[in-house]
Design a protein around this ligand. Structure first.
Ligand code: HEC
Ligand code: HEC
Ligand code: HEC
Length: 101
């Protein structure tokens, strides 16, 4: 049992370190495929605005790509936490600032 626990901890540590090598900012992107046009989340654009990892992780986003929805964003979650027309341009307009064909 003890060995299993140690191994699990090690695996989590390695996955975390490996994951961090692909950290979104700076210079990394996460692309969300969409029929509306793919959305590219650019770590550099956001880092240049002064955001730090813990502004987004993990209270808004996990450190892995997940399925996001417009419905949640319009309720002020996910990208909509900031893209609400106050902190940044709103998910209720400016569609093409995010969706690129
Ligand atoms: C402005 C918000 C924001 C900031 C700041 C931010 N991230 Fe992210 N990060 C995201 C989003 C959005 C995703 C994709 C999450 C999803 O799909 O649910 C993500 C995903 C990731 C992933 C997974 C990438 C993949 O391809 O699966 C890692 C690792 C990560 N971030 C690390 C970091 C680190 C390290 C920092 C600080 C240097 C950081 N992030 C700062 C928003 C941010
Ligand atoms: C922590 C706040 C925050 C979160 C979360 C966030 N953004 Fe942003 N984003 C900003 C700010 C601030 C800007 C600067 C633009 C502005 O002031 O309107 C920006 C700019 C952008 C731009 C650049 C638009 C342009 O043409 O210059 C894109 C695209 C973008 N965000 C997409 C996303 C996507 C997609 C997500 C979710 C996966 C996301 N953002 C989550 C704060 C955030
Ligand atoms: C801040 C960036 C951002 C803005 C602005 C934005 N979207 Fe999105 N949208 C996304 C992201 C991220 C996804 C998730 C893509 C995926 O993984 O399916 C998405 C998904 C979608 C989808 C796929 C299904 C769904 O509903 O989740 C549609 C349709 C859509 N957006 C339409 C729009 C329209 C119309 C607007 C303008 C009123 C808009 N979007 C503005 C980021 C944005």
């Amino acid at each position: 049992m003890k060995i299993t626990a140690i191994l699990t901890t090690l695996i989590i540590a390695v996955v975390f370190i490996a994951g961090s090598a692909f950290a979104v900012p700076p210079g990394k992107t996460v692309v969300f495929k969409s029929a509306m046009g793919d959305v590219t989340f650019d770590g550099k654009i956001h880092a240049d605005k002064g955001f730090k990892c813990n502004d987004c992780h993990t209270k808004i986003f996990p450190m892995k790509q997940t399925k996001l929805t417009m419905a949640a964003m319009k309720e002020g979650k996910e990208c909509g936490t900031c893209h609400n027309g106050e902190k940044a341009f709103s998910v209720k307009g400016d569609c093409m600032k995010c969706h690129k064909k």
